[in-house]
Design a protein around this ligand. Structure first.
Ligand SMILES: [Cu+2]
Length: 169
């Protein structure tokens, strides 16, 4: 039983390694005021396949915005708004992502997160299929391939002719 549980655990860990990790934004502090998210993000690696998880209280929410709105702490052109206290954001493409808290004053006081998502490294590079070199001079078709059946037919003909000759005689 213990062995079985251990085996399941190993499989789960392996799957985790392939499909990415949950990254809790801000760690134990979560998505909150008084956290420097630039410092926090600098200590993390974000890769395609990982999931950002925002944990926050009722006075906060998460707006995904573009770079311009991130810099200006503006919620006028929001890509997507999230509420509810726990928001998983799958990182499905490489490149920068920007998040702010739209509660007035929160972004300006530091509730803003920029992450740069790197390409997944767990996917092995596809091995190129070696192409066979083009044959410049294909070998001429072997005449011996057709010869046996022709000879066989000839033998039958001779045999048949001999038998016929015997009957005639
Ligand atoms: Cu907030």
């Amino acid at each position: 039983m213990a062995m079985k549980a251990a085996a399941v655990l190993v499989v789960l860990v392996a799957v985790r390694a392939v499909y990415g990790a949950d990254i809790i934004v801000g760690g134990n502090s979560g998505w909150n005021q008084g956290v420097n998210y630039d410092t926090w993000a600098a200590g993390q690696t974000f890769r395609v396949g990982d999931t950002l998880v925002f944990n926050y209280g009722g006075s906060h929410s998460v707006d995904e915005v573009n770079e311009e709105s991130y810099k200006a702490c503006s919620s006028t052109s929001v890509i997507k708004s999230h509420t509810g206290g726990t928001t998983p954001i799958p990182l499905s493409t490489a490149g920068p992502r920007y998040f702010i808290c739209p509660t007035p004053g929160h972004c300006a006081s530091g509730m803003k997160l920029q992450v740069n998502v790197l390409a997944a490294n767990s996917t092995p590079n596809p091995i190129p299929t070696p192409t066979p070199p083009a044959t410049a001079n294909p070998p001429p078709p072997s005449p011996s391939a057709a010869a046996p059946s022709a000879l066989f037919t000839l033998n039958h003909f001779i045999f048949g002719a001999s038998v016929a000759t015997l009957f005639v005689l």
